[in-house]
Design a protein around this ligand. Sequence first.
Ligand SMILES: *Cc1c(COP(=O)(O)O)cnc(C)c1O
Length: 229
Amino acid sequence: MNRDMDRDMLGLIERWRVLRAEVEAAGASLLAVSKYAPDEAVAALLEAGQRDFGESRPQQLRDRAARFPEARFHMIGPLQKNKAKYVGRHAAMWHSVEDAATAHLVARHVRDRRLPVLVQVNVARLPDRHGVLPEQVEPLMEALRELPALELRGLMCMAPKDGDARRAFRDLRHLRDRLAGGSLRRPASGDAPLMLCMGMSGDWRVALEEGSDMVRLGSALFGPRATMR
Ligand SMILES: *Cc1c(COP(=O)(O)O)cnc(C)c1O
């Protein structure tokens, strides 16, 4: 490690300590979105005590799961069917479930465990955005119940880019509360409520105020993409 790298890693760890303290004080957890970060940054945070990392490219997730067996890598991006096996085999959690067919394919590759999953919701109903519309969440949850290899843990959303983040987060929370009050309680997992995974670098404090259980931080933690690669 050269001196500049050393300094970068110390800065990273310092940012991580500050961010993690604030996230955990709100009762939530921090997912370190390492998709654009180099291996050295993952190694440095792992050493400092971070366990959960987010990746959006299935092959990179597989490679890092092999390289860093003590870490948990979450799949957070859209998933093409031909990459389903990497997620089924190597992901600690799959955040971006949006159709039953891909879920079936992933489930086929899960061995000796249940893979925790989140349904991604297009709460703001934007065209061409990932996630299911709010009224499609219940039917998708029903379909997931047919797949014992997958364990539904909650809901995930991304706020609209230039829109009202608070409203999106609040809508997701209300949706979760409606589902929890209805017939679709999580099966076979006691009374644990469905979790909410929402909030990114630009809006995570708002997400915490609206009840997020897990924020996904990339650039706020690792720095802007250009400086990391
Ligand atoms: C890249 C990504 C993030 C992190 O984004 P930042 O704004 O850099 O924090 C969070 N969630 C998803 C789904 C992503 O793809």
